[in-house]
Design a protein around this ligand. Sequence first.
Ligand code: NAD
Length: 501
Amino acid sequence: MSINAQFNSWHDKAHSLKPEGRLFIDGDFSAAVSGAVFQSINPATGAVLAEVARGGSDDVDRAVRSAAKAFRAGVWSRMIPRQRMAVLYRFADLIEAQSEEFALLDTLDMGKPISEMLTVDVPLALACLRFTTECIDKLQGSVGATANDVLSYVIHQPLGVVGCIVPWNYPLLMTVWKIAPALAAGNSVVLKPAEQSPLSALLLARLFIEAGGPSGVFNVVNGYGPDAGRALALHPDVAKIAFTGSVEVGKLMMTYSGQSNLKKVTTECGGKSPHVIMADAPDLAMAADWAAMGIFGNQGEVCCAGSRILVQREILPEFIELLRSRAETSYRPGDPLLAATGMGPLVDVKQQERVLHYINIGRSAGATCITGGGIPAGLEGGAFVAPTIFANVSNDMAIAREEIFGPVASIIAFDSFEEAIATANDTNFGLAAGIWTADLGKAHRFARDVEAGMVYINSYMNGDMQFPFGGWKESGNGRDKCMDALNSYTQSKSVWATIGC
Ligand code: NAD
């Protein structure tokens, strides 16, 4: 099919889409108790996509009561593992069958290119759900070495009601990273999507019921963070909050836990990740490809974006040129419904203003803007920002210290390997780090010494379901994907049985 035919077909599909906007509580859709709604806006055009029920504390309370009732009844929490697996495998199959609808919903809601939805977000969400489902009957307890007349064992049980609070940058994927392990472990879930991207979660909830999931086990309450999100995090009958979002709100989650019932809190927060390019990089063109993807992919709205690119001084001019050419060709902003588009709009006008503000700060601080630096010509009707590269950045500038969460690369020159590690670690964040070098010793010394939860050698933002995803320092304390994630949605129970001799 030609690109123009694809363009028309995605636009036709978008026109015929009728997104559901009500809350999903106790197995059914309903309006908010208050009757309030908010609008979901397409950031590529500014058009209203849907009216969405704006949940508040009453709705959160309804959802938590339904979730707690289902949990206590054991309809899911005590379901035989193989049966729970069958439901979740069916759930994955139904999501796969609706891949195009999920792709359209997230693209229209938050602006990412539809091609990325179809090749990244949807397949990775399915991989997570299927991996986690496979693990359900692999969870094991242990038996202690005790005296002969005692049997001491430890079992892992679900926590109860889990509140999942997620961001807008990968609406489907970040949601599945939370709900898949929470549900797999036998918990009931109340999900609070980001207000900027409320729609795909509602389709997910409907498909869970279609797959045979019991009512009340998976609830979705859309609404604003300080209303619905806060009410969920403060709720006394919620056993855990699984949070992905900004550092600022991640800290609030800990406070809410202390102000309520000391619920468990796992946080996946922001980053300012260093991507180090040594002069002995095995393939500088490939390093530039990955560096470009690491900061311009998904409009730079990526928690582990390699937003600080540390380049050894002797290859600086060559590398800047390679990165510039990629920014200007592969990541040219455009209509996200066009299959060939490499970069869509930012999530909304507020985020656009934030990114433009940082670009101004970079210029005022004396950094050199190599390319981009504003709204691309002809795209003034949407929340677009051109991929932007700053050179002559020093690590104390705001554009090197603060998370911009947009397509802005800060290039910092260094001379020695030791200087690169010191600069890499000179940050409050610790999510990801990357290094390009042909020297194995240096690569592994970097991996050992860099303060980050994830390290990539000669690639960036890579990994599979075995690879735990999470950070150090202010980037949070949680781990998504992998068995670690599943375990974090259980609690251990130690049993000491006196059995006689
Ligand atoms: P955000 O912190 O503003 O919002 C995240 C969620 O928290 C949303 O659902 C929001 O409604 C809710 N929220 C906001 N204020 C709240 C409050 N007072 N009480 C309760 N809930 C509240 O973040 P965002 O702008 O949606 O997402 C961008 C951030 O997410 C970036 O910092 C990014 O790095 C981070 N992120 C991290 C990861 C990771 O795995 N580490 C992944 C994706 C995004």
